[in-house]
Design a protein around this ligand. Structure first.
Ligand code: GTP
Ligand code: SPV
Ligand code: MN
Length: 606
């Protein structure tokens, strides 16, 4: 027996065989110097943070309570979609949008990479649950990682620690095996670097086995495996099998001045406004908005036939740039409350964080995310465009009380939206569920810095899930249609929004942010039968005068331009949609192809 094995068995805070076997097998493979079972206590967090400060990974922030700054390796700054794999048994089940490698072959590659990959490091064992531990069917996971930065982040992002391990042991529950290594073993006496990682990266998912193996990156969705890897890619496959939805959506509670409550879920691609909408401060008098989730929603049918959404996460991993007092005051308040980790933002000289868009006036001097001096004359941004704050949900001042409810909230409306300069109107309601699924399936958006690769290129991002569907996209569309056809279902209405349409002079046609409450009001008016709307080729638009622009200071003409459904733009869009469906191949449901023909005829192009 090696040192690690003896240590593991004598010190393990569980006697559950499956958990011990899993942890033991990873320890044997990766050969760490020691094993640390994560408890989640304040004392443990303090000592991990102290170690990370010592190692140069974290810097304590003088201006924010219990908060830290981290700078990643400049080559490890975002999700790596081209290194993300869905290793289903059959290639067809991964579908045309995922990178596929045969699971046996991937396992062989990974066994070589992981062999001894934790040498000289501590292997941390993080028991966690996505959603609530006391849900009817709790979804547990164990992330084994050699990154203490990942441990501290996971303790913010998910319900995790000894109480979860105890619950798992009691239930002898199934769990998703999540294996993570930064891929930087240390030889005896070798000095560590502040942000260990490897140029070789594999973010691999085994949907049938429900396991995740991530190698080489320490950043965000590549490494915090409860988030995109589990709660979207693996969970989408579980949800398909169990009849529910795992989606890239925020969850928002709205209360009208009359006291009417509506719950909204919205899917926008990465860095396209979910966190901002989830924390909206309505400008319309008397309206109240409360936050339930900002990135992921799991939706299941309740006994009453409605779709109930829960946020499986416990923290925010929000885009820093663009977050400021004027755009997202609620997020600013949340981060002021402390207990946060900021990665790849800039540092002020007095020990605070800064990023583009935080304040109107730029500080005279900063240390940028690369550790270089920065002044307003510098050509490069001070914060990386995908820099992030990692903050507990409990810090959010607008957190809804339903946050505590393991069954979630009944969704009244689903919004799809993307970042498009042209074509897509500010808001439109789809005709029915199938039409809504169609509009979701052709969702398009300009790419952002949330993933490595080119920024600003229009691509289709179905349901904002393109990088996160754990199986064939055509089957995923069919699953959405099946959900709609569930007997007794009382379905949410589906809308499509675009806050990012531009005028000819390239300026935004719509002020966005808190003013999006005006669009939400129209949506609630539609749900409650107060707005009649007007029919266009692509859906139901606000009729003239229905969108409340009182006091907004923009012209009726500008609003009309934001709302316009232009035949010439849609003729081009239709062709692109037809190409898109051809590209996706024969798993695309006939019912959706029929939606294309109907759109064609509504546009008068048949
Ligand atoms: P992920 O965490 O990557 O999934 O992103 P997200 O969808 O939560 O996006 P987020 O709310 O963080 O917004 C991303 C960027 O879009 C930020 O820079 C925001 O300032 C900007 N943004 C958000 N809402 C609006 C809006 O209504 N109008 C405009 N013009 N920009 C917006
Ligand atoms: C996204 O890219 O949609 C994110 C950030 O929310 S990450 O956690 O890196 O996936
Ligand atoms: Mn996201």
């Amino acid at each position: 027996m090696t040192v690690v094995e003896t240590d593991l068995l004598s010190s393990a805070p569980t006697s559950n065989r499956r958990i011990l076997d899993f942890v033991q097998s990873i320890a044997t493979l990766t050969a760490p110097e020691r094993v640390h079972w994560v408890t989640g206590t304040a004392e443990e967090k303090r000592s991990l943070a102290a170690e990370l400060v010592e190692a140069g990974t974290l810097k304590p922030l003088a201006k924010k309570p219990n908060s830290y700054y981290a700078a990643s390796d400049p080559d490890d700054v975002a999700r790596v979609e081209d290194r993300t794999f869905i290793c289903s048994e059959r290639e067809e089940d991964a579908g045309p949008l995922n990178n596929w490698v045969d699971p046996g072959e991937m396992k062989r590659t990974l066994s070589e990479l992981f062999a001894g990959s934790m040498a000289g490091r501590t292997m941390y064992v993080i028991p966690f649950v996505m959603g609530h531990a006391d849900a009817k069917d709790p979804k547990f996971g164990i992330e084994v990682t050699d990154s203490p930065y990942v441990v501290l982040s996971m303790l913010i992002m998910a319900r995790a620690g000894q109480h979860i391990l105890d619950r798992m042991g009691e239930l002898d529950a199934e769990f998703v095996e999540c294996v993570h290594s930064v891929g930087a073993p240390l030889a005896p006496g070798e000095d560590d670097v502040p942000w260990p990682c490897n140029t070789t990266k594999y973010i691999s998912h085994f949907p049938e086995e429900r396991s995740i193996w991530s190698y080489g990156s320490g950043y965000g969705g590549n490494a915090l495996l409860g988030k995109k890897c589990y709660a979207l890619r693996i969970a989408s496959a579980i949800a398909r099998d169990e009849g529910w939805l795992a989606e890239h959506m925020l969850i928002l509670k709205l209360t009208s001045p009359e006291g009417e409550v509506k719950y909204v879920a919205a899917a926008f691609p990465s860095a396209c406004g979910k966190t901002n909408l989830a924390m909206i401060k309505p400008t319309l008098p008397g309206w109240k908005a409360e936050t339930l989730g900002d990135d992921i929603a799991w939706m299941r049918f309740g006994e009453d036939g409605r779709l109930y959404a829960v946020n499986p996460e416990a923290g925010l991993f929000g885009v820093a740039p663009g977050t400021g007092r004027h755009t997202n005051p609620v997020a600013m308040e949340a981060i002021e409350a402390g207990n946060s980790i900021f990665t790849n933002v800039a540092l002020t000289d007095d020990g605070d964080v800064w990023w583009e868009g935080m304040t109107e006036e730029e500080p005279a001097h900063l240390t940028d995310w690369r550790g270089d001096d920065w002044t307003p004359e510098s050509e490069r941004p001070a914060a990386h465009p995908n820099s992030r704050f990692c903050t507990p949900m409990e810090n959010v001042p607008t957190l809804a009380e339903e946050w505590q409810n393991p069954d979630g909230v009944p969704i009244d409306a689903i919004l799809f939206g993307g970042r498009r300069k042209t074509t897509m109107p500010l808001v439109t309601q789809t005709f029915d569920w199938a039409h809504g699924v169609f509009m979701g399936s052709v969702l398009s958006s300009e790419t952002t810095a949330a993933a490595t690769g080119q920024v600003g290129v229009v691509r289709r991002d179905p349901m904002a899930m393109r990088p996160f569907i754990g199986y064939n996209v055509g089957d995923y569309f069919q699953h959405w249609l099946n959900i709609g056809a569930t007997r007794g279902a009382k379905l949410p209405a589906i809308f499509y929004v675009n806050w990012f349409r531009r005028a000819e002079d390239k300026s935004f046609l719509w002020p966005g942010f808190s003013e999006n409450s005006r669009v939400l009001k129209w949506i609630v008016d539609r749900l409650s039968g107060r707005a009649t709307g007007t029919e266009t080729a692509i859906g139901i638009s606000p009729a003239p005068g229905e969108l409340d622009i009182e006091g907004l200071g923009i012209t009726e003409e500008q609003v009309a331009n934001a709302l316009a459904v232009r035949p010439e733009e849609w003729a081009a869009e239709l062709e692109d949609i037809e190409d898109w469906y051809r590209e996706l191949g024969d798993h695309v449901p006939a019912e959706l192809k029929d939606q294309v023909s109907r759109l064609r005829s509504r546009l008068g192009l048949a």
